[in-house]
Design a protein around this ligand. Sequence first.
Ligand SMILES: [Zn+2]
Length: 373
Amino acid sequence: MNEIELTKKLISIPSYVDKTTDESIMVRFLYDYLKENLKDTEINLQKVEGQRSNIIVSKGNPKLLVVGHIDTVQPRNGWNTDPLRPIEKDGKILGLGANDMKGSLASFITALVENGVPEDFMFLIYIDEEYDFLGMKRFVKEYKNKIKPNFVLSIDGGGPNIGYGCKGCIEITFKVLGKTGHAASPLSGINAIRISTQAVNKLEEKLNKLGSNELGKSTVNLAYLKGGLNLDEDEIGKQGNNIADIAEFVIDVRTNGNVDAKEVINMVIKSIEKQNGKVVETKIRHNLSFWKTDQKEINWLKSITKEKYSKCNFELPFGYIDTQMIWEMLNKVNCATFGAGPGGNQHASDEWISVNGLTKTKAIYKEILKRKF
Ligand SMILES: [Zn+2]
């Protein structure tokens, strides 16, 4: 199969995650495909959870590590075509995961098959990137002290631009207690909802004061808030004549590196206590740091890309990407993201990838595979 046929094939295999579907069929297909098409190469499954596995392709002592995920988001509403049935139209292939990132996988795998696997190489094909990062976490846990590549390429990106960093992602749940009182005199109590929102505002002010850097400034999003009168374990009074004495909220902080989860928790606790409330529970769901590679170190990739695309810039991806975990595990090794492009609508209906882009990207991947690291 060429990169175009393989993109279509991968789109036709569902790899989103819900109660009945996961990446298993995709893993089986790719494992067989790689076994059949790559010679003198180790191809192993790395068990992640239940039937769900990563695939690791390797040869020698890896100097170049390439990573890409095989899961997609769940199909959303609003598709004009069947998301699992690839359609080629006007120089584009439409289908779920076309842009994020089955097109890139197909381009890279085809480059690998046509070029042959280079010496000292590893390719991680992993699961659960769009959900809880289970695949990447599993890989990092096992390979932390085992490999020492000189360069890491994530093929999860929007070509022709090259990603070189991202903000970190911190998610924390807080449970806050106040004191109830008579609603006719709101200040007779300590309103847990009110002090919570004020604490979040204060946190935002503090993050603003910490300032901006190449990654922008750290931001905070109040993602969830629930509160009222604390009746018992699961019951919250909703009546207007109460002063809310319990609140629970979730914040998502995108850090440029100047704050971590512990510091965020301390700031919120201080602010709640200043308002005479009490934080009784904190739960960290994510505490992921930022990632940034010096552009000078990856200029060579820009030069290769510029031979195929007249316009190619370094850019910071919009959200958190788990290349960061590898960057951290490998002591800030040089990393970059470069994917098949142009494409659009990732995570939305009518997702697409350019046919021409697939072929150009394959050629760029081949150049990378020929390079010494
Ligand atoms: Zn992706």
